[in-house]
Design a protein around this ligand. Structure first.
Ligand code: ZN
Length: 387
């Protein structure tokens, strides 16, 4: 049984009202940051439509249709998501079968561990074969409740870089002329990457971040996190369960985002060192990772500088890194940091992130950034010339 939806009460209330009034759009596009529960709300909406006794509160949660939706077993609910390309497929039909196998495996994982963020966005896509599967099954009659519902998660993946636009086109035809009694619920955290035609054929609905308290509760109750770890992760999670999970310890190791955050802290500290030594430390922290990894790391550097700026303005209590308030305060005091200088330093980091996403080599980006940070924050004019 999949967990209860978390938050988004107003969105759910408006979906229920629209459904009862017969005005729920046939093609919805749920937008919002990654990890705030868009797919869970899509499932909730599907349950609402398939429920025998829907009310203003939503689906009844007890009828057999509700139960089957919550077990991800309802025959009229079709949940598609980006999947890695199967390795062996000698024909389009075999690829289609292999993708369906992969999708059922993924659904089984979601049943067992609904919070598991297991797909690799770099190597997953919604392929033409999957769009064909959707098209052929959408053409058949609904089996039980008179409606078929297709959830298409991460719909921006309909246009993966290396593939043709065919998958998107096949699906667009369906969105344009949906078979009777067929509904689509698309989700996306990157609406800028959606095809214009997808946007123009769907009705957007925005889901905002969850509260820190909601995220913390989910981490404890659904992810089984230690309450202290959950509080820390929720504070850094920006209202996203998905983001917060990255700050939870992973076995004996820090989570992947926590690891990045700590590396970023060492880079910020390096800027306060003697220039040559600081640069050496920073370069070691950046390693030889590629541009995207560097851009991600710089996002954490950016957050540390924002926290330092908050501390310099006497507002350390508002820093995102609640566990580092003492360090923030003492660093500001020791180096006499000023909010205006920190704001300029943040601009340099943002510039460096743009370069990292471009074709500039990571080492070159770091080589430019560390002396700039030092010069700006410490007003040390000699540092900028690499002295
Ligand atoms: Zn029901």
């Amino acid at each position: 049984m999949i967990h209860d939806p978390v938050g988004h009460e107003e969105v759910r209330a408006s979906l229920a009202r629209a459904y009862l009034a017969g005005t729920l759009p046939d093609a919805l596009l749920l937008l919002g940051p990654r990890g705030v529960g868009k797919q869970r709300i899509a499932l909730w909406t599907a349950q609402l439509v398939l429920c025998e006794r829907p009310s203003a509160e939503g689906p009844c949660d007890t009828c057999r249709h509700c139960v089957r939706v919550r077990k991800l077993e309802h025959p009229d609910l079709h949940w598609h998501m980006p999947l890695p390309r199967p390795k062996r497929a000698s024909s389009p039909e075999k690829l289609q079968d292999a993708l369906e196998d992969a999708r059922f495996e993924r659904l089984a994982e979601l049943r067992a561990e609904p919070l598991r963020a297991s797909w690799d966005p770099e190597r997953s896509a919604i392929y033409l074969a999957a769009a064909r599967t959707i098209r052929s099954s959408a053409g058949t009659r609904p089996s039980e409740r008179g409606e078929q519902i297709y959830i298409i998660a991460d719909a921006e993946m309909l246009v993966p870089q290396e593939s043709s636009p065919e998958a998107a086109n096949a699906l667009l035809k369906l969105l344009e002329e949906p078979p009777d009694d067929t509904r689509f619920i698309l989700t996306s955290s990157e609406p800028g990457r959606l095809l214009d035609t997808v946007r123009s054929r769907t009705v957007p609905l925005h889901l905002g971040p969850l509260t820190e308290e909601q995220v913390r509760t989910v981490l404890v109750e659904l992810a089984g996190a230690d309450p202290g770890d959950a509080a820390h992760a929720a504070q850094l999670g920006e209202g996203s369960i998905g983001v917060a999970l990255g700050y939870l310890p992973d076995g004996g190791d820090p989570g992947p985002l926590e690891e990045q955050r700590r590396r970023a802290a060492r880079i910020v500290q390096a800027a306060f060192q003697d220039p040559g030594e600081g640069y050496r430390i920073a370069l070691a922290e950046f390693g030889v990772s590629g541009g995207q990894a560097l851009a991600d790391l710089l996002e954490h550097v950016d957050r540390w500088l924002r926290d330092l700026a908050a501390a310099a303005a006497g507002a350390a209590d508002f820093a995102a890194s609640g566990d580092a308030r003492d360090w923030l305060r003492s660093t500001v005091e020791k180096h006499e940091l000023h909010p205006v200088d920190l704001a300029r330093a943040i601009e340099f980091v943002e510039q460096a992130r743009l370069e990292a996403r471009g074709n500039v080599s990571p080492q070159l980006v770091v080589a430019g950034l560390v002396p700039e940070l030092r010069a700006t924050m410490l007003r040390d004019e000699t540092a900028a010339t690499g002295a």
